[in-house]
Design a protein around this ligand. Structure first.
Ligand code: GLN
Length: 481
C-alpha cells in the first residue's frame, strides 16, 4: 500500500480494497522501520492520525478530493495543538494556537496528518544540515544529504513514509530536495497558495507547495490548496483552472526553451547530459525545442541572498525570547533576555542571516545593496516575461549536482549558496517551476529536471511533466532503505 500514488490510494479506498486505518497503519509501520536511518520526521502524530482515519472509515464514502490520504507537513507549517518548531531551538516547544490556512484546506479535503518533517532551521539552507534536530539522510544513499530545506518532506515521500508531503520554497527548497531524492516537487507562482500560518523566511519570496510521487498527484494537491484567501493579502483573485485537463500524454504544439546559461559553468556534465536526454524524449513527444538566453542568470545568487537575508533579518526580529518559544534562564533585565534568548535559540545560519540582512539594510548601505538588488530583480522578472513570449515552458536542470555527502559543504556557506544557482531565479521572478525525476548518476544518485513556466501557468508544468513521466520510468524507481 505504501508505494501507491494518491490517485491509486483513492481508488483502493473507494473500491474497499483497504481502509484509511489500514493505510495509515502501514505508513506508521514504514516510519518505524526506516526513520532511524533517515530521520525525516520531527514529530509523529499517530494517535490523532488513527482517530482521523477511523472517522473517515466510519463515514465510508471517501468522497473528498484527498479523503483518507496520509501525508505530512514540513515543520514550519503551523498545526493547532501540534508542536511546530521550524527546526529551531528557539521554537523547540512552540505549539501554535491555529492551523495554517492551506492545511485547513487539505483537512477539508480529507487528508490524514502523519506528522511533521525536518527542515533547515527556519528553512535557511540547502541540505537540512542546519536543522536543530539533525540532518535527514538521503534514502538513495544515507551518507548523502536529502537536500534542503525540505529534506524531511522529500526523503519521506521518496522512502514511502507518506503518500505526499507539503514543503515551502523560497529559493529552491521544494525543487532541490525533490531532485536529490527522485520525487516531484512543485514551486507554485508567488501568491497561488495562501501562506497564512507558514512561518516566514523571506516574505516576498516564500511559497508553499506539494512534494509527490507523480505529477498527477501534484496537480491534485494544488487543486485543493490554490486560490484566493481572505487571510493572505498576497493571494490575488486569479481563477484556479481544473488542473486535470492539462494532464496530456503528448507535447504536440508546445514550444520548449532551453536557457543556455543553465547548462554552463558549475553544472555537472552528468546532470546536463541527463537533462538533455530528457529533452530528446520531449522532442519525440512532439515538442518544438528552441534555444533561449537569460543573461541575467549570473546575478541571481548575489541578488537573491541580499534580498532574502534582508527580509529574513526583519522576520527574525519577532523571536525575542518573550512572545514565543525559548527564553533564557540566565538574564536579569530586558535587553539581556533578548540577547541571551536569541544567542542561545538561533543556529549559525540564522545568525549569519541576521547579520548579513541587517548590514544590507543599514543606513548608507541600503542604496548600494538592497535597492540595487531590487532593481536587478525587476530586470530578471522582465527577462523571464520576454522568454515566455517565445515558448510555453523552459527546461533546465534543477540542481547543479546530485546529492553531496553529509558534512561536505556545511562549513562553507558560499559553496552551499551555489547549490541554489538554478532555482533562485524562479523565486526572484515570482514564476512557477517543478522538478521531476529524470535519471541517475553513475553512482546511483537521482537527477531532476526542472520545468519552468510564467505566472499562474502551473498547467503548463503539469502538461510537460505528466507527458514526460508517461514516457519514462524514472519516477517508478524506489530506493532500498
Ligand atoms: N537555500 C536557499 C536559502 O537558504 C533556499 C532555501 C529555501 O528555499 N527555503 O535561502
Amino acid at each position: 500500500m505504501i508505494d501507491l500514488t494518491i490517485t491509486q490510494s483513492k481508488a483502493g479506498l473507494k473500491e474497499k480494497k483497504f481502509s484509511a486505518t489500514e493505510l495509515t497503519r502501514a505508513y506508521f509501520d514504514r516510519i518505524r522501520a526506516t526513520d532511524d536511518k533517515l530521520h525525516a520526521y520531527i514529530t509523529v502524530t499517530e494517535k490523532q492520525a488513527l482517530e482521523q482515519a477511523k472517522a473517515i472509515d466510519k463515514k465510508g464514502d471517501y468522497k473528498g478530493l484527498l479523503e483518507g490520504i496520509p501525508m505530512n507537513l514540513k515543520d514550519c507549517i503551523c498545526t493547532a495543538g501540534i508542536r511546530t518548531t521550524a527546526c529551531s531551538r528557539i521554537l523547540e516547544n512552540f505549539i501554535p494556537p491555529y492551523n495554517a490556512h492551506m492545511y485547513d484546506r487539505l483537512l477539508n479535503a480529507g487528508v490524514i496528518l502523519l506528522g511533521k518533517t525536518n527542515t533547515d532551521e527556519f528553512t535557511m539552507g540547502a541540505s537540512s544540515e542546519n536543522s536543530f534536530f539533525g540532518v535527514t539522510a538521503n534514502p538513495w544513499n544515507t551518507a548523502c544529504v536529502s537536500g534542503g530545506s525540505s529534506g524531511g518532506p522529500a526523503a519521506s515521500v521518496a522512502a514511502d513514509q507518506c503518500a505526499f508531503s507539503i514543503g515551502t520554497d523560497t529559493g529552491g527548497s521544494i525543487r532541490q530536495p525533490a531532485s536529490l531524492c527522485s520525487v516531484v516537487g512543485l514551486k507554485v507562482t508567488y501568491g497561488r497558495v495562501p501562506r497564512y500560518g507558514c512561518i516566514p523566511y523571506a516574505s516576498s519570496f516564500d511559497t508553499v507547495g506539494p512534494i509527490t510521487k507523480t505529477v498527477e498527484d501534484a496537480a491534485l494537491v494544488l487543486q485543493v490548496m490554490a486560490g484566493r484567501s481572505e487571510k493572505d493579502a498576497t493571494t490575488p483573485d486569479e481563477p484556479v483552472p481544473d488542473y486535470s485537463t492539462f494532464l496530456k500524454e503528448d507535447l504536440k504544439g508546445l514550444t520548449l526553451g532551453l536557457p543556455k546559461e543553465y547548462f554552463g559553468q558549475g553544472v555537472d556534465k552528468e546532470v546536463s547530459d541527463t537533462v538533455m536526454a530528457g529533452v530528446e524524449v520531449m522532442k519525440k513527444l512532439g515538442a518544438k525545442i528552441i534555444e533561449i538566453s537569460l543573461p541575467l542568470t549570473k546575478y541571481a545568487i548575489p541578488t537573491y541572498y541580499i534580498l532574502v537575508k534582508s527580509e529574513a533579518s526583519t522576520n527574525m526580529a519577532r523571536y525575542d525570547g518573550i512572545k514565543y518559544g525559548h527564553t533564557t534562564d540566565d538574564a536579569k533585565e530586558l535587553q539581556e533576555i533578548y540577547m541571551k534568548s536569541r544567542s542561545e535559540g538561533f543556529g549559525d545560519e540564522v545568525k549569519r542571516t541576521i547579520m548579513m540582512g541587517t548590514y544590507a539594510l543599514s543606513a548608507g548601505y541600503y542604496d548600494a545593496y538592497y535597492l540595487k538588488a531590487a532593481k536587478v530583480r525587476a530586470l530578471m522578472k522582465k527577462e523571464f516575461e520576454d522568454a515566455f513570449e517565445q515558448c510555453d515552458a523552459l527546461i533546465t536542470p534543477t540542481s547543479p549536482t546530485p546529492a553531496f555527502r553529509i558534512g561536505e559543504k556545511v562549513d562553507d556557506p558560499l559553496a552551499m549558496y551555489m547549490c541554489d544557482i538554478l532555482t533562485t531565479p524562479i523565486n526572484l521572478a515570482g514564476i512557477c517551476g517543478m522538478s521531476v525525476p529524470a535519471g541517475f548518476s553513475k553512482k546511483g544518485l537521482p537527477i531532476g529536471l526542472q520545468v519552468l513556466a510564467g505566472q499562474y501557468k502551473e498547467g503548463n508544468l503539469f502538461h510537460v511533466g505528466h507527458a514526460f513521466e508517461k514516457a519514462t520510468e524514472w519516477h517508478k524507481k524506489k530506493p532500498n532503505v
